[in-house]
Design a protein around this ligand. Structure first.
Ligand code: ADP
Length: 211
């Protein structure tokens, strides 16, 4: 099963991709996680993308596409995967088509107000990447991950300025993908303003339908 999770920042793509990855035994491939990991480890890639990611702008298409192409060639992706945060532009989607055919594209729809509320309280585990929210989904012990005991932190791009820019970038560059995939009859819309559990029920329904 090869599936794309599409939607604005804060729509819950990462949270749901984590849940689906566990349930279906396929990897979650998140370009945002790949970039954040490179930034943390201060690799050449990390140095190149640090400011772009911090501002909430997009990393250049050629760089992003070659990273994803490489990642999809790894053995664990042979059975299927969830693409979380890729493609994010029409050229990225066109490039992806050249080397992989998708089974479904799930469009997580949600209002700007809910997105801003979610992102401004988001916390992420430094070790395992689990996602929390100070109000809506707090960890049991403040600042500590329920899964692995790791330390929780606030992403540097979860400032109001960067969130506003990410939403803007999403509308200009990523939203056109909705029509792109709808025309190809791959798109399935789900309402992701509900809890992760409720959203998961909708995602399961989509994934159990034959193509
Ligand atoms: P969110 O969906 O919450 O904005 P992500 O973790 O998906 O966060 O992405 C974080 C940042 O990583 C983006 O704002 C962008 O700078 C970069 N990024 C992630 N995926 C892509 C992509 N497909 N193309 C270009 N830049 C990307």
């Amino acid at each position: 099963m090869k599936v794309i999770f599409l939607g604005p920042p804060g729509a819950g793509k990462g949270t749901l991709a984590g849940l689906v990855s566990k349930e279906y035994g396929i990897p979650q491939i998140s370009t945002g996680d790949i970039f954040r990991d490179a930034i943390k480890r201060e690799t050449a890639l990390g140095k190149r993308v640090k400011e772009i990611v911090g501002r909430g702008d997009l990393v250049p298409d050629d760089l992003t596409v070659s990273l994803v192409r490489e990642r999809l060639g790894q053995p664990d992706a042979a059975k299927g995967y969830i693409l979380d945060g890729f493609p994010r532009t029409i050229p990225q989607a066109a490039a992806l088509e050249e080397f992989q055919a998708m089974d479904a594209v799930i469009n997580f729809s949600i209002s700007d107000e809910v997105v801003i509320g979610r992102l401004s309280g988001r916390e992420v585990c430094k070790s395992c990447g689990a996602i929390y929210h100070v109000k809506n989904m707090p960890s049991k012990v403040k600042g500590v991950c329920d899964n692995c005991g790791g330390t929780l932190y606030t992403r540097p791009d979860d400032t109001l300025e960067s969130i506003t820019n990410r939403l803007d970038v999403y509308k200009k560059q990523t939203e056109p993908l909705i029509e792109f995939y709808r025309k190809k009859k791959l798109l399935q819309d789900i309402d992701s303003s509900k809890s992760p559990g409720d959203t998961l029920v909708q995602v399961r329904k989509v994934l159990s339908r034959p193509k």
